[in-house]
Ligand binder design. Structure first.
Ligand code: NAD
Length: 452
């Protein structure tokens, strides 16, 4: 069976590439060993957001008094939340299947393996799946990433240890939990469990949680969570994992933290299984090296998504796929990916949303900046809907040409309007240009306009 394009992996990178190339009239085969949608849809973004939304409903109901509402006996059913999550995921998976069917893309359910390090005499790559061999002129590797398991004594085969996939599949809430790693996954699960009444301890090796995000913005979250009763231990290493907790060490010494479950969320690593035959494929720290159009060093071989180790976000993966297919088809004007304008969101409560460089990164890059800050309470809509919350919006501006280099926010619902800031960063808007954009009143998004 011969194809123009073979895509390995059906996550946001793979299904976007397959749909786009099929839509352009090309013969495409997509291989996926599990469900279409990849980590994001099946065991990542969507299931966590479904559960977090349920937890938020419960939390809001139990904290409604500040808005003049007294709810009676508020309770939640974790099993029902899980059931709803599964239905949401199932519907979205079916939607992707339908979209690929509509474009006549061949979808093969199975583990695909590249057969040979070289192409055939006529220039095709060979892929094996379910005992069949497929030939393709172009190859796109979208095999994603897997949870990193750090070499901590006691972690292997320990039934108390969960990764994010285990946590999402659990039918019951843990009685208590220690979360190892206060990154994005760690803090989202800390939010879920805390809002559902589970005692949470976060152990983070770095001096602060969410170390890659703006320090002041993260400080607002850390202060709120500490006051709410989440234990956050920073500059603390986990020395070993026991059946009912962890043994930690910080500057003051070692201690044991007991908990029913230990969730380990210390990053993810590129997944190269299935592509081992490509011995000449260039890698950097275990991820596939690609150029600005997602081309690898091998002829007609592209890679998109987490496997490239660039920025492990679903929207980066799908944008990479769009750019790669554009390059492959040569019909679309070549567009590089604007890695400097990738928005990101952490679904804590309140949410954190950011785009572009932080004040600290600008200093490292020796860019002279002007940094503007406003509390979210400057916004009328924020005040109306976020009783007792503060929130912060920071804008990093190039001091020389006044272009917007970064925006970093905490406060609900900043995830819903960070795209406006992304647009400004992507287009290189100066503050004067961005000021010409009118924001609807009353919305929290007006905070961006207030900063200009
Ligand atoms: P991460 O890199 O965001 O965070 C890992 C954290 O673990 C870091 O803060 C690190 O300092 C800490 N750490 C590492 N080793 C440790 C140790 N031994 N003890 C204590 N702390 C340790 O990784 P993640 O949270 O696992 O997420 C994986 C990827 O998935 C990330 O790229 C993330 O962006 C992505 N993701 C994104 C979203 C979102 O966009 N909302 C949600 C979930 C995951």
């Amino acid at each position: 069976m011969k194809f123009f394009l073979a895509v390995i992996g059906g996550g946001p990178a793979g299904y976007t590439a397959a749909e786009k190339a099929s839509k352009a009239g090309k013969d495409v085969v997509l291989f996926e060993q599990n469900s279409l949608g990849g980590t994001c849809l099946n065991v990542g973004c969507i299931p966590t957001k479904s559960l977090l939304y349920g937890a938020k409903q419960y939390y809001n109901a139990t904290h409604a008094q500040k808005y003049g509402v007294t709810a009676g006996d508020v309770a939640f059913d974790f099993g029902a939340m899980q059931k709803r999550k599964t239905i949401v995921v199932r519907k979205l998976v079916a939607g992707i299947k339908q979209r690929l069917n509509n474009e006549h893309c061949t979808v093969v359910n199975g583990f695909a393996k590249i057969k040979d390090e070289r192409r055939t005499a006529s220039g095709e790559w060979l892929i094996e799946c379910n005992g069949e061999t497929y030939e393709a002129e172009n190859l796109m590797i979208c095999t994603g990433s897997t949870n990193f398991v750090p070499p901590i004594p006691g972690i292997q085969d320990n039934p108390a240890v969960w990764d994010s996939t285990d946590a999402l599949a659990a039918s019951e809430l843990p009685k208590s939990i220690v979360i190892v790693g206060g990154g994005v996954i760690g803090m989202e699960f800390a939010t879920l469990y805390h809002e559902l009444g589970v005692p949470v301890t976060v152990v983070e090796a770095m001096p602060r949680i969410l170390p890659n995000l703006d320090e002041e913005v993260v400080a607002v979250l850390a202060e709120k969570y500490r006051k709410a009763g989440i234990t956050i231990l920073t500059s603390t290493k986990v020395e070993s994992i026991e059946e009912s907790g962890v043994r930690t060490a910080d500057a003051e010494g070692a201690k044991t933290i007991t908990a029913e479950r230990i969730l380990v969320s210390v990053g993810r690593r590129a997944n190269l299984s299935g592509v081992e035959a490509l011995k000449e494929l260039e890698l950097n720290r275990g991820a596939i090296v690609v150029d600005d159009f997602c081309k690898t060093n091998l002829p007609n071989v592209y890679a998109c998504g987490d496997v490239t180790g660039k920025i492990m976000l679903a929207h980066v993966a799908s944008r990479q796929a769009e750019v790669a297919v554009g390059r492959m088809l040569k019909t679309i004007p070549l567009q590089r990916i604007a890695y400097n304008a990738i928005p990101s969101v952490v679904y804590t409560n309140p949410e954190i949303a950011s785009v572009g460089i932080t004040e600290a990164q600008a200093a490292e890059m020796q860019i002279e900046t002007e940094v503007r800050r406003l509390p979210m309470t400057y916004s009328g809509r924020f005040m109306a809907e976020n009783e007792g919350e503060t929130g912060l919006c920071k804008m990093v501006i190039d001091a020389k040409n006044h272009s917007v280099l970064g925006v970093h926010m905490i406060g609900n619902p900043c995830s819903e309007f960070v795209s406006a800031a992304s647009f400004a960063v992507r287009m290189g808007y100066t503050t004067a240009e961005f000021e010409q954009v009118v924001f609807p009143h009353p919305t929290v998004s007006e905070i961006l306009h207030e900063m200009l």
